[in-house]
Ligand binder design. Structure first.
Ligand SMILES: CC(C)(COP(=O)(O)OP(=O)(O)OC[C@H]1O[C@@H](n2cnc3c(N)ncnc32)[C@H](O)[C@@H]1OP(=O)(O)O)[C@@H](O)C(=O)NCCC(=O)NCCS
Length: 137
């Protein structure tokens, strides 16, 4: 079942039939083996959020990506909301590059808070990761 956004963008879990559409995204490469929630517009994937369960009651967001032509329309926020709605009461963790202001702004506005820093976690270029979490009790 899909959630429909105002401008005709449908949000729903990805299935096997979406594999080619996901592969056609301009830059982010989804991991085949993990579940994803996607935003579909005019038959193409406009954005996806990929995650994994790390423990009972805990999810890690692996990737969140909106194709450049679809940014600033609330799609990433809607994907996050869908994840939280589909996994009520779960705690969510992720890492983000320290310099990634758009993503940090998005997560902070969604209620995430900083729980740690992983030094030089990223390469090309080397950069610290900010660990963010949304702990729901
Ligand atoms: C970060 C990213 C996923 C945001 O996607 P999006 O669909 O454009 O995000 P939304 O439209 O849902 O934005 C929601 C909020 O995030 C914040 N935000 C998003 N893009 C922003 C930007 N360029 N600058 C500042 N804040 C930004 C704002 O608070 C925004 O709310 P507002 O538009 O009401 O001000 C997208 O820019 C992207 O794919 N970036 C490259 C990949 C990436 O960095 N992923 C995150 C890795 S953890």
């Amino acid at each position: 079942m899909s959630t429909l956004l105002q401008d005709g963008v449908a949000i729903r879990p990805a299935d096997a039939a979406d594999r080619d559409r996901l592969a056609a995204l301009p830059s982010a490469i989804p991991f085949i083996e993990y579940p994803a929630i996607i935003a579909v517009a005019h038959g193409q994937v406009a954005a996806f959020l990929q995650f994994r369960r790390v423990a009972d009651g805990e999810i890690e967001i692996l990737q969140l990506f909106t194709a450049p032509g679809f940014r600033r329309r609330g799609i990433a926020r809607a994907l996050l909301r869908e994840l939280l709605d589909r996994h009520a009461g779960i705690s969510v963790f992720l890492e983000v590059r320290e310099s990634n202001a758009p993503a940090r702004q998005l997560y902070e506005s969604a209620g995430f808070s900083t729980t740690g820093i992983r030094k030089s976690y990223y390469s090309n270029p080397y950069e610290d990761a900010i660990v963010l979490s949304l702990i729901l009790c």
